[in-house]
Design a binder for this molecule. Structure first.
Ligand SMILES: Cc1cc2nc3c(=O)[nH]c(=O)nc-3n(C[C@H](O)[C@H](O)[C@H](O)COP(=O)(O)OP(=O)(O)OC[C@H]3O[C@@H](n4cnc5c(N)ncnc54)[C@H](O)[C@@H]3O)c2cc1C
Length: 527
């Protein structure tokens, strides 16, 4: 049987994650019997990768798990740290005796241990939505919030009966190199090639790509299926096949970023810090060898120079460290898979990095694609000229995932109450909200059942009930308190024994700094 040939264009994180997921799944003997595959990854070394994107969601843990790569192997190679939480600073303000004060809140990743506390969190939020004064700080109810406040690493000791979820921070350049080694070990072929020509069949499918290799020789490579991981260049799906790009700019204003690394923090936090600034927000990502910082802003409201000055002020940095400026295209393609081409990573779209969802979207896109290929026998029939129902369903599913992630991010801007700039005022005033988001907010304001609404809209696989409660409670999207306060109100946090339980559990966990300095292998891990 002739092998089915995949060509992946692009050697950024998206290209190598795609190569690894494909290679791993296709190496399964049952798959190989259907049809062997041959995977080649092409990369233009002179173009380079975007080289930012250093935070993940817990799905990256699943990615490494399915590849049988333990934390102890990849984390030191990529200067990685654990992440349990995102801390949002100054996205809202509150009046205290006539003085406006910056607020902060946490969005911790949900863990198994939270079965003991999430109902108390929902119940308190509901009481607060009815005007009663009760505790609604997400970090108090979710165990990863406790770990984040104490800088504790989320690795479960052997005797601890709950599994914890966590994501990571990592150096994206080193991660790309690590994934490349692993993919090549699984049989993925690599070719440095700057593609400048794409040939198509009469039916519109891509036939071959061609370009110059590092010795300036012209090479032509044909394949059965092409995966476009060429980043914002989007050279196959958008430029060649002319699949339109749908911008999210009318609801997500940020389209640029300035990046400035600083020294590593002495006590490594287990959280990303996202601090709202005058025309966007700044991230702080703790890595072992440095701290990643960047300011994501809207070029309609500020210039690159002013944004850089503001970031330097925020970091208290002088001018001697070189900043890097980037443009971002926020939105998604109208079809992620068209003819014999799938786009993955920045080539398929990007939602700004606030919740660090880009690699999560890469992973879920590729996993769904492989499931679709295998279950609908595309590998045997290889007829990609006309769209099949399974492909349509795939495209709808991926678009829907992008839109629901977008909605969650949009809510962060829409709900702000900052007064300090037109940027924040216009974000608050913008009316481009999806039907799904409008319904969610409506249920919250009407004191309806948010969990039921999330289930009705099948949103759990994107941002679920807890994430929405963290956001809405964190933002204090509540009515004024009832006056005088009714007597006998029970606070599920103060009345319960959560603080005692969580404080006791915390005793099992070392600080991230201590754990990383002793080496991962010295600890028995059952995650
Ligand atoms: C400001 C910012 C912050 C971000 N933060 C996060 C985050 O915290 N978490 C997260 O998950 N994601 C984040 N992202 C997104 C993340 O950076 C990307 O999703 C990730 O790096 C994958 O990029 P990519 O592989 O799609 O593209 P790139 O890294 O740009 O790679 C493109 C590849 O295509 C190749 N290429 C291009 N043209 C050609 C050609 N003509 N011929 C051959 N090869 C070609 C290049 O050589 C390169 O190898 C962020 C992005 C931005 C802009």
């Amino acid at each position: 049987m002739t092998p089915f040939r995949f060509v992946i264009v692009g050697g950024g994180t998206a290209g190598w994650m795609t190569a690894l997921l494909l290679a791993k799944r296709m190496a399964d003997p049952a798959m190989n019997q259907i049809r062997p595959v041959h995977i080649t990854l092409l990369e233009a070394p002179d173009i380079g990768i975007i080289g930012v994107g250093e935070g993940s969601t817990p799905s990256l843990k699943r990615f490494f798990h399915q590849l049988n790569i333990p934390d102890s192997e990849w984390m030191p190679a990529c200067q990685a740290t654990y992440k349990t939480n995102i801390r949002f600073c100054h996205w809202t303000e509150a009046d205290h005796d006539g003085v406006r004060q910056a607020q902060q809140y946490s969005h911790p990743f949900l863990t198994q241990l939270d079965v003991h506390s999430e109902q108390a969190f929902y119940s308190n939020c509901f009481k607060r939505r009815c005007g009663l004064a009760v505790t609604t700080d997400p970090a108090k109810f979710l165990f990863n919030g406790w770990l984040a406040e104490r800088g504790l690493a989320p690795l479960t000791p052997v005797h601890f009966p709950f599994r914890l979820e966590y994501g990571y921070h990592f150096d994206s350049g080193l991660l790309g190199q690590f994934l490349r080694q692993k993919a090549q070990a699984l049989g993925v072929h690599y070719q440095a090639l700057t593609i400048n020509q794409v040939e198509q069949w009469p039916n519109g499918c891509i036939r071959a790509v061609a370009g110059l290799n590092t010795s300036q020789q012209l090479l032509r490579i044909d394949a059965d299926f092409f995966i476009d991981c060429s980043g914002f260049q989007a050279m196959l799906l958008q430029k060649t096949l002319q699949v339109p790009f749908q911008s999210f700019q009318n609801s997500l204003f940020n389209d640029a970023a300035v990046v400035l690394p600083t020294a590593a923090l002495p006590d490594l936090p287990v959280e990303t810090k996202a601090t709202a600034l005058s025309n966007g927000w700044a991230w702080q990502i703790p890595l072992r060898h440095r701290t990643g910082n960047g300011y994501v802003y809207s070029s309609a409201f500020t210039s690159p120079e002013a944004a850089e000055r503001e970031l330097r002020r925020h970091l208290r940095l002088s001018d001697d460290i070189q900043a890097r400026h980037l443009q971002m295209r926020v939105g998604q393609v109208s079809q992620h898979w068209h003819k014999n081409c799938l786009a993955v990573g920045l080539a398929q779209g990007f939602i700004e990095p606030l919740e660090a969802t880009a690699l999560h979207l890469v992973q879920t896109t590729v996993e769904s694609f492989i499931d679709c290929l295998v279950s609908h026998q595309y590998l045997q029939q290889a007829d990609f000229a006309n769209q099949q129902p399974a492909q349509q369903r795939f495209n709808t599913e991926v678009s829907n995932r992008f839109e629901r992630v977008r909605d969650y991010i949009v809510a962060h801007y829409k709900l702000n109450n900052r007064q300090d700039s037109d940027y924040w005022r216009q974000n608050r005033a913008q009316q481009q909200l999806s039907e799904s988001l409008l319904q969610l907010l409506d249920v919250w304001y009407r004191r309806g059942n948010l969990a039921q609404e999330i289930e009705r809209q099948q949103l759990d696989s994107h941002f679920g009930n807890t994430s929405w409660h963290c956001l809405l409670a964190g933002y204090q999207v509540f009515p004024p308190l009832l006056t005088p306060p009714p007597a006998g109100i029970r606070d599920a946090y103060l009345d319960g024994q959560l603080a005692e339980l969580f404080a006791g559990c915390c005793l099992n966990f070392p600080t991230q700094s201590a754990l990383l300095s002793t080496g991962y292998h010295q600890r028995t891990i059952i995650n």
